[in-house]
Design a protein around this ligand. Structure first.
Ligand code: ATP
Ligand code: MG
Ligand code: MG
Ligand code: MG
Length: 439
């Protein structure tokens, strides 16, 4: 992408309304624009990152055997009256009336709708296990939308729902989700720690939240410092292997790690003092097992092996796709700007032409641009006539992992400069060497 033809409305001034780094940086880097409280347009740079995050979520869900689909944002109130949540949900639900005077709502989550789909189409235990998911916009009329897309009113969520014949099968689905979430967050360069949580209005027996530690997080968390030593890494996993998934669950959740809602002072104090940590965290996902809560209320049964109807065992599992951008930036920035992890960066390389209009420099940049793209890397080529200082400031702000700087003086010696955004270290290399290094 040539910057001269792109739309990257960076801001020089720090927007007054932004209280935390990620919000400030997303506005300054021209990633989002607020349209009303807690509702944002995704400008091209923000949209690219959002799509990359979505892509990782899709890949990891499908690797775990979960099936993608798409449900609408608007739902009929009737379904929620069946489950009893229409009245229970309260003012966070945006209620709408259509021209036929039917009560509708903008979905804050989809348990009712997916239960309706499954009860209408799944008749036998032979059709199980089944896990369906989608990535769709949600609306919650939050009391205090703030911190940009961290707590929006309209936000993008992956929500998945498992349907199983027995509690044991549903717990395997729960463990499978835990494993897939660990992989998902690690691919984004994040450590998200599963913590025992409270089930809240969705209701349920078993639930863990995934928290990214950050000073600006809205949750207070308590944990054994040993949990931060755990990584999933690139170990092989067979998602159908019940014992293997249960083993990962055990490994990642046996140590003390809880949010304030379930914090237990006595259990916490049993950890050696040197390992006790109190911190703040950002909730980037949550998994629930809630048994037959919705299937009982909505009559979702299948015919069991003995021919008798059995209520489905269910769970629901969410990832805050749009919130993840904020969490990733909170965990990866400095005073100059964002520092994208490779897994989610909007472009891999920023190419800076120091003397646009100079024949040799332009030709060298064109060559590098084409070679990088041919190697499958995405490039943002600053081919504008801005001065070098402004170009560097923009590249630092938008945080691409690599910068290649090309100018007449270096080229005379056959060199360009390759700079790592994370370490700030630069190297002088021949253009082909730089391309080879990044490919
Ligand atoms: P929170 O405690 O932050 O209000 P929640 O527990 O109400 O979140 P869930 O119902 O568990 O949210 O939804 C799944 C995920 O969706 C959350 O883990 C979070 O990452 C994301 N999410 C929830 N509310 C918002 C919001 N208002 N803006 C952005 N992301 C959100
Ligand atoms: Mg909430
Ligand atoms: Mg919560
Ligand atoms: Mg939650």
């Amino acid at each position: 992408m040539r910057l001269s033809r792109y739309f990257l409305p960076v801001l020089k001034e720090t927007p007054a309304e932004a209280q935390i780094a990620s919000h400030r940086l997303m506005l300054r880097a021209g990633m989002i624009k607020q349209s009303s409280a807690g509702i944002y347009s995704w400008l091209p740079l923000g949209h690219r990152v959002l799509r990359r995050i979505e892509q990782i979520v899709h890949e990891e869900q499908q690797r775990a055997g979960h099936i993608p689909m798409l449900m609408p944002t608007l739902q009929p109130a009737d379904l929620w009256k069946e489950s009893g949540r229409y009245d229970a949900y309260g003012p966070e639900m945006l209620r709408i009336r259509d021209r036929q005077d039917r009560d509708m709502l903008y979905g804050p989550t989809n348990e009712e709708m997916i239960t309706d789909i499954v009860r209408s189409n799944v008749a036998s235990y032979k059709d199980l296990p089944l896990t369906l998911y989608h990535i769709q916009w949600k609306f919650r009329d939050e009391m205090r939308p703030r911190f940009g897309v961290m707590r929006g009113r309209e936000f993008l969520m992956k929500d998945g729902y498992n349907f199983d014949l027995t509690r044991e099968d549903a717990l395997h689905a729960y463990n499978r989700h835990l494993v897939s979430y660990l992989r998902t967050y690690e691919r984004m360069g994040l450590q998200a720690i599963p913590m025992r949580a409270d089930s809240g209005p969705i209701g349920g027996d078993d639930t863990h939240e995934f928290l990214v530690l950050a000073e600006t997080g809205e949750s207070e968390v308590f944990y054994d410092s040993e949990v931060t030593d755990l990584t999933f890494g690139d170990r092989d996993i067979d998602y159908d292997d019940v014992a293997q998934c249960a083993g990962v669950m055990e490994e990642f959740t046996s140590r003390y790690a809880r949010t304030d809602e379930t914090h237990d002072e006595a259990l916490f104090n049993a950890i050696p003092e040197a390992r006790r940590r109190t911190a703040r965290g950002i909730e980037v996902g949550q998994i629930f097992y809630f048994g037959t809560k919705y299937s009982d209320a909505m009559g979702a049964t299948v015919q069991g092996p003995d021919g008798k109807p059995v209520p489905l065992h269910m769970g629901s599992h969410g990832i805050g796709v749009s919130r993840l951008l904020s969490a990733i930036i909170e965990a990866n920035h400095d005073d100059k700007g964002i520092i994208w992890p490779e897994g989610v960066t909007p472009f891999h390389v920023g190419l800076v032409n120091l003397k646009q209009g100079d024949g040799a420099t332009d030709a060298a940049c064109d060559g590098i641009y084409q070679a990088l793209e041919a190697a499958g890397l995405t490039v943002l080529y600053d081919d504008t006539k801005d001065r070098a200082g402004a170009k560097f400031a923009t590249m630092d702000l938008i945080g691409l992992p690599w910068r290649i700087t090309v100018g007449p003086r270096g080229l005379a010696a056959g060199k360009i400069e390759l700079t790592s955004r994370r370490t700030g270290e630069s190297e002088e290399l021949a253009p082909e060497e730089a391309v080879a290094r990044l490919s």
